[in-house]
Design a protein around this ligand. Structure first.
Ligand SMILES: C[S@@+](CC[C@H](N)C(=O)[O-])C[C@H]1O[C@@H](n2cnc3c(N)ncnc32)[C@H](O)[C@@H]1O
Length: 225
């Protein structure tokens, strides 16, 4: 098969779902204000936000409720939130406008490519990943976002002492993540108690679903040395 026909393994499935009228209107009228197009250009954070501040990327914001709340709480930090699904993009664009958030922008694209193509090395203070798709069947494990290669990518992009915060309600995925980070000498775990949620993270939509099913939640924070 020619190389161009080989599809990369993606950590998401692109089901766009139906957009509500409000979400569609949000995409149409608010994208020019709060969204950044994917491209080959390196992101100039200070110019995008018109100020300096900690640079935090959230990967997989879903409907964006948590994202907007965190941006409101950590108002001195600048956020770029990335997801592929249009209903969530529409929802979060409307939230940014309603809450008048000046420190949050959206990119609708695969976050791995945003990191690879649009992100300067050693430029990011933190990466948030809340409830990444667990891909719980063993034969699908290769689709998990957090892999050794992903760790190598974020190691290039995070600043020294930058952190990555991952939350999941899948015990198997939590163990997998802890193991991957343990095998990389660049990282040390910040929280030894992996079930303790930092105060800045509100509960997410997926988390509530998991908790209602009786799942435990793991919050894992690793610092790059
Ligand atoms: C299980 S949902 C969790 C959403 C949200 N964080 C929450 O807790 O409610 C995972 C999200 O990650 C997104 N996602 C997975 N891989 C991604 C990638 N490589 N780039 C961007 N978004 C991704 C999916 O589209 C999905 O919206």
């Amino acid at each position: 098969m020619p190389i161009s026909k080989i599809r990369p393994i993606r950590s998401y499935v692109l089901r766009q779902g139906r957009l509500t009228k409000h979400q569609a209107e949000g995409i149409k009228s608010l994208s020019p204000l709060h969204a950044i197009s994917f491209g080959d250009n390196i992101l100039n954070w200070d110019a995008i936000f018109n100020r300096q501040g900690k640079r935090i990327i959230e990967i997989g914001f879903g409907m964006g409720h948590t994202t907007a709340e965190i941006a409101e709480t950590l108002s001195d930090s600048n956020f770029i939130a990335i997801d592929v699904h249009s209903p969530g993009v529409g929802n979060l664009l409307n939230k940014i406008q309603e809450k008048n958030l000046k420190n949050l922008k959206i990119i609708q694209h695969d976050a791995v490519e945003v990191l690879e193509k649009m992100t300067l090395d050693e430029s990011i203070d933190a990466i948030h990943i809340f409830f990444p798709d667990p891909w719980h069947k063993k034969r699908h494990n290769k689709r998990r976002l957090i892999q050794q290669t992903f760790l190598e990518l974020i190691s290039m992009k995070l600043k020294k002492e930058g952190y990555i915060h991952i939350a999941t309600d899948w015990e198997d995925y939590a163990n997998w993540i802890i193991e991957i980070f343990k095998n990389n000498s660049m990282y040390k775990a910040k929280n030894i108690d992996f079930s303790k949620k930092p105060s800045y993270r509100p509960k997410t939509k997926y988390e509530n679903r998991g908790v209602n099913l009786g799942h435990q939640v793991w919050d894992m924070i690793f610092i790059k040395s």
